[in-house]
Design a protein around this ligand. Structure first.
Ligand code: KIV
Ligand code: ZN
Length: 389
């Protein structure tokens, strides 16, 4: 049996931090229901101290989830934040407080203006304070991706000793390269005593378009929780996309010694739901959930897919709730695709006849981006009229 990778969804917290993507409580509840259908392990429901609306969202999602998922609330390493988060989580069956502090030289010197010793003290105090409310305490080392290895290990050691159950290693600024991020996780696995008894989590941002690669490098190096969002929503260029990381793990489960329990057949529905609620469109060529993810337009590819789907598709679209592969008729399409679509419409053309219809099709396709069924019907009807005349 491969290692179980816990899927920690942060669409409702980091995803909502995406400019223009804010959601009200009712909208968050609709998404939370979909996250439960996806069978995610953890729902990060919000940052309760940030606003009364976010507090209410966390409270209601905590009630909704019951035993079906851990419900997590974010805090800074500040006692008052933690008190408010604990209050919002009071009806949760499986509550988790997610507290943390910046650990990179830039965060220590320019944002927090504290020394390394003060950082460790605050981290430990926050974990201990949170442990006064809940057993399950997750610590985040903000900007870990740009931190000093030895100092990061020192902070993580201190919070593990203070009782953190999960340690989150974020690449907050999406700065790392996958190999280096993997080495960072491996370094922690080798240098923090007792780390094998806690969950190591990775939380990556997409500033260089590598959030999924970073998360998978973390998994390869020993992480067993991945933090992600639907459609990769999130601050700036976004977070690791859940659909990408889950399908990456599914495709390469043996190499990564990993599996998830996510119900991938919900991905297309979840993606459309999040997009319609947030108003954040999904790019057509987005992996797994983009409109073109299973669409084939060139003749060479269409010929292959029509002979055997996996010549050009690594995922069966049905496995992610996307129906069937699409053959899109364009000026790049060949005879095989045209004949296939005509057959689906009830017309059988072969040999010279097919060549003639194909020529008429190409003339039309050069004038249009895509040739639709009604265009083909007109072509065939016109041809019939010419023959009758
Ligand atoms: O990117 C980040 O570091 C975060 C933390 C608050 C976990 O979102
Ligand atoms: Zn983040």
């Amino acid at each position: 049996m491969t290692r179980k990778i816990h899927i920690f969804d942060t669409t409702l917290r980091d995803g909502e931090q995406s400019p223009g993507a804010s959601m009200n409580t009712e909208e968050k509840l609709v998404i939370a229901r979909e996250l439960l259908r996806l069978n995610v392990d953890v729902i990060e429901a919000g940052f309760p101290i940030s606003s009364p609306g976010d507090f209410e969202s966390v409270r209601r999602i905590a009630e909704l989830a019951g035993d079906d998922a851990v419900v997590c609330a974010l805090t800074r390493a500040i006692a008052r934040d933690i008190d408010v988060a604990a209050d919002a989580l009071r009806y949760a069956r499986r509550p988790r407080i997610h507290t943390g502090i910046g650990v990179s030289p830039s965060h220590l010197a320019d944002k927090l203006r504290i020394t390394e010793d003060e950082c460790v003290e605050r981290a430990v105090a926050a974990v201990r304070h949170a442990k006064g409310y809940v057993d399950d305490v997750q610590f985040y080392a903000e900007d870990a991706g740009r931190s000093d290895y030895a100092f990061l290990a020192r902070v993580i050691q201190a919070v593990v000793d203070a009782g953190a159950t999960v340690v989150n290693i974020p690449d907050t600024t999406g700065y790392s390269l996958p190999e280096e991020f993997g080495e960072r996780i491996a370094y922690l696995m080798a240098h923090v005593r007792g780390i094998e008894d806690v969950t190591v989590s990775v939380h990556c941002h997409n500033d260089l378009g590598m959030a999924t690669a970073l998360a998978l490098a973390g998994v390869r190096a020993g992480a067993t929780q991945v933090e992600c969002t639907i459609n990769g929503l999130g601050e700036r260029a976004g977070n690791t996309a859940m659909e990408e990381v889950v399908m990456g793990v599914r495709m390469h489960g043996d190499e990564l010694d990993a599996h998830t329990d996510v119900n991938a057949r919900e991905f297309t529905k979840a993606s459309r739901l999040v997009s319609s609620i947030t108003g954040m469109g999904v790019q057509a060529n987005k992996a797994i959930v983009g409109a073109n993810a299973f669409a084939h337009s060139s003749g060479i590819h269409q010929d292959g897919v029509l002979k055997k789907r996996d010549t050009y598709e690594i995922i069966d679209p049905a496995d992610v709730g996307a129906g069937t592969s699409q053959i899109v008729l364009t000026a790049r399409s060949g005879h095989a695709a045209l004949r296939h679509r005509l057959e689906e419409l009830g017309y059988a053309f072969e040999g010279e006849e097919l060549d003639q219809v194909y020529e008429a099709f190409l003339n039309l396709a050069d004038k249009k981006k895509e040739v639709y069924d009604e265009d083909l019907e007109s072509l065939v009807n016109e041809r019939g009229r010419e023959e009758d005349a």
